[in-house]
Design a protein around this ligand. Sequence first.
Ligand code: 1HN
Length: 356
Amino acid sequence: MAVATAAEQAAPGSKHNIEGSRQAYYDKIAKFHMAPLWEVLKGLVTPEPKTKYKAAVWKFADVKRLILEAGGVISAEEAERRVLVLENPGMPGKSRVTNSLFAGVQLILPGEVAEVHRHSASAIRFMLEGEGAYTAVEGEKSQMRHGDFIITANWAPHDHGNPGNQPAMWLDVLDMPTVNHFEASFSEHFDEKMQKTNHEDGDSFERFASGVLPDGMPATANRTPVINYPYSKMRPILERLKNTGDIDKRHGARVRYANPINGGPVMPTMGAYIALFPKGFKGENYRSTDGMVFACAEGHGKTIVEGEDTIEWGVNDVFVIPPWKRYHHEPSEESVLFSISDRPAQEALGIWREGN
Ligand code: 1HN
């Protein structure tokens, strides 16, 4: 780059002069807490979504070994929730797996209780491994088994316990970064360790998701009343779709977890799916503005992400695809993938898009 001569620097209207006086102007307005939009506009209004988040996978073999080690480091009671945060490698230290979602894996050992509390953030759990643990939500005590999808709506009191004899591990996904974006987070604890439960295991599924509804129930709820969508009830539905050839070229034989009151998403901030990929399935490319968290319930295979790594996944592995990255699935055998994202929130705001 040519160095401007003293005469050029001094010349009115020269590049140097303009930059110098602009900077002086920016310094001046900064004292009044103002800034020039034209200097930052291109970073704010991008022609396509930009993300610092990366595609990443957490292998269950690693997660399990390391979280079992945490069992010796801290008790569930001391930790309040013994959770390893799945930190997106593109944004370490932010407790986020995508910009809007928290993800973690929780361990509860035999004999432990994670005490009752509630908070503004909504949570879902996707059960990975171990039997004998329960979660109690809004008075229903629900046993958790591999592949079960459990809802803890915002402000719902919830506690977990493990009266069984196996360590229990599950995926937690919360909309906490979304709640914190709005700076609207509240939480509270209760005097008792465990809430009193008066609904038997499976009550809300049978009561609300069997084709009838309690008479007089308003049909407007923006969240599902179902606490646990058991894998044992979902898996045969995937088999039905497979057998009738209802297989999407991108998403496989996929169902959306629905609020049985109005058919909407299970929560206003998060929506979830479960999909079966038949043996030999080779997915077509897909992308959408919602970053997706996947967990493998059955099988193994790979997901190829545009310009990034190929993600190899097997049972109980968790992986994330950032927003607007093209990807496709290539299972190596018949496989089942659970997925969750902030799509309902984006749709409510009118900003959700998909493409190929
Ligand atoms: C939480 O309350 C749970 O209740 C799990 O099991 C994970 C992550 C962040 C904040 C609250 C739970 C959480 C959490």
